[in-house]
Design a protein around this ligand. Structure first.
Ligand SMILES: *Cc1c(COP(=O)(O)O)cnc(C)c1O
Length: 430
């Protein structure tokens, strides 16, 4: 049997890279088969090593909102590289970036850049603990906040039990400080605060979930969460690493009209370069070193390439009408997919906001992690491979959201719908 180019590359990769990938979802474990190795990308498309084109709805898991190799972003990176890659000293471009984010997101009074979203959430939690002098943190089932110890925790066997690690290597002593609640569930929130209110340092939440496919929670959930945090002196952390500047310019906090105490960012703000940030209320942020006693640092934090790429990207995002145009593309695709699934009698549900969307093989739209888990993952895997065979690159997991870029054309969307028509037909046997 002859191997495909990707199979050869994957075997080679596995010789010295653990599992052949540098982040697990890339291995296609959720859908089976061999990952596609990418050689380059432009606009809405990625190209494999044989030159085959794929219309890309992953967008590096969100950052590529302008499409790949946007000329102004690439020019900014090239100019920054000519000036030097890193100095370990302050640069004006860091101030520019902080000013831009604080201008767009009113809840951010002070901010600190990091090199990844994981660092941002980890640091925000340490800060919340330092500020409140409390240890317990609350997170939600199905939300992902990066891979630091306290966050790789699931609910214990009873609803208000101490957490259990979801990864080997996380000490039970760490996990016991993390309480994991069902997402989008007001009564679970109330029960948790009733029992532990005075011990909770912070609640961290994906204000719109994008790491269990996509869930837009109720306004009531967010209003209750904000009120309970305020009443109990707990820091409310919105993890907008994915949703920030993605579901709309002001992120999920603008959509729900909620002012979190701290917000974490990542993905989009670096336009594809490694970056993260956390920021919020001045009084809380002033607790970090060198102003306060909570330690946080980073050799490459605020890297000039990432800052100047981010600045070039924000120049485009803030153009009047950008998010309207992006949202219209997403709506057109998602509504088209739903109509085709209906035509073929395939159980299918969708949601979307701004440049982000969720596709489920389910009769009704899932509202929490349990319901996402009940969607038909085998159908999803077949759909994924059917689309991939037709040159459409979706997230290789039923537990991931999908992303639209401003470079996706009407023609791209029509091609995607044509492919989906065939694949839904295969799935239904019509
Ligand atoms: C991707 C993501 C993270 C982690 O960011 P990395 O840059 O991968 O470390 C944290 N929170 C959310 C909501 C994310 O989507």
């Amino acid at each position: 049997m002859t191997l495909t180019a990707d199979q050869v590359l994957f075997e080679k990769a596995k010789r010295h890279i653990a599992g052949g990938v540098n982040s697990p979802v890339r291995a296609f474990a959720g859908v089976g088969g061999t990952p596609v190795f990418i050689s380059r990308a432009a606009g809405s498309k990625m190209y494999d090593t044989t030159g085959r084109a794929y219309i890309d709805y992953v967008g590096s898991w969100g950052p590529m909102i302008l499409g790949h190799t946007h000329p102004k972003v690439i020019a900014a990176v090239k100019a920054a590289a000519d000036d030097g890659l890193s100095f370990g000293a302050p640069t004006p471009s860091e101030t520019t970036m902080a000013d831009i984010i604080a201008d767009i997101v009113p809840s951010v009074e002070l901010l600190r850049m990091t090199s990844s979203g994981t660092e941002a959430t980890m640091s925000a939690i340490r800060l919340a603990r330092g500020y409140t002098g409390r240890d317990k943190i609350v997170k939600f089932e199905g939300c992902y906040h990066g891979h630091s110890d306290s966050l790789l925790v699931k609910a214990g066997s009873g609803m208000l039990d101490i957490g259990e690690p979801t990864s080997q290597g996380v000490p039970a002593d760490f996990a016991k400080h993390t309480l994991t609640l069902p997402y989008n569930d007001v009564s679970a929130l109330q029960a948790a605060f009733e029992k532990f209110g005075s011990e909770i340092a912070c609640v961290i939440v994906e204000p719109i979930a994008g790491n269990m496919n996509m869930i837009i929670p109720s306004q009531h959930f967010h209003d209750t969460l904000r009120q309970l945090c305020t009443d109990n002196g707990a820091v409310l952390i919105f993890d907008e690493v994915m949703t920030g500047f993605r579901v709309g310019l002001g992120g999920a906090q603008a959509y729900f009209n909620i002012t979190p105490d701290l917000t974490t960012f990542g993905k989009i703000i670096g336009a594809g370069l490694p970056v993260g940030a956390f920021g919020g209320k001045r009084e809380i942020m002033e607790c970090i070193a060198p102003l306060g006693g909570v330690y946080q640092a980073g050799t490459l934090s605020g890297n000039p390439l990432a800052m100047r790429a981010g600045k070039a990207m924000f120049d485009e995002l803030t153009v009047e009408g950008f998010y309207e145009a992006l949202s219209a593309k997403t709506a057109k695709l998602v509504q088209g997919l739903q109509a085709l699934a209906d035509k073929h009698g395939v159980d299918f549900a969708t949601c979307h906001l701004g440049g982000m969307f969720g596709l489920f093989f389910a009769k009704t739209l899932p509202q929490n992690f349990g319901e996402v888990s009940q969607a038909d993952s085998q159908k999803f895997a077949k759909f994924f491979h059917g689309m991939l065979d037709r040159g459409i690159y979706l997230a290789p997991s039923a537990f991931e959201a999908a992303f639209m870029s401003i470079m996706h054309s009407d023609e791209d969307i029509q091609k995607t719908l044509l492919a989906a028509d065939e694949v839904f037909g295969e799935l239904s046997g019509t």
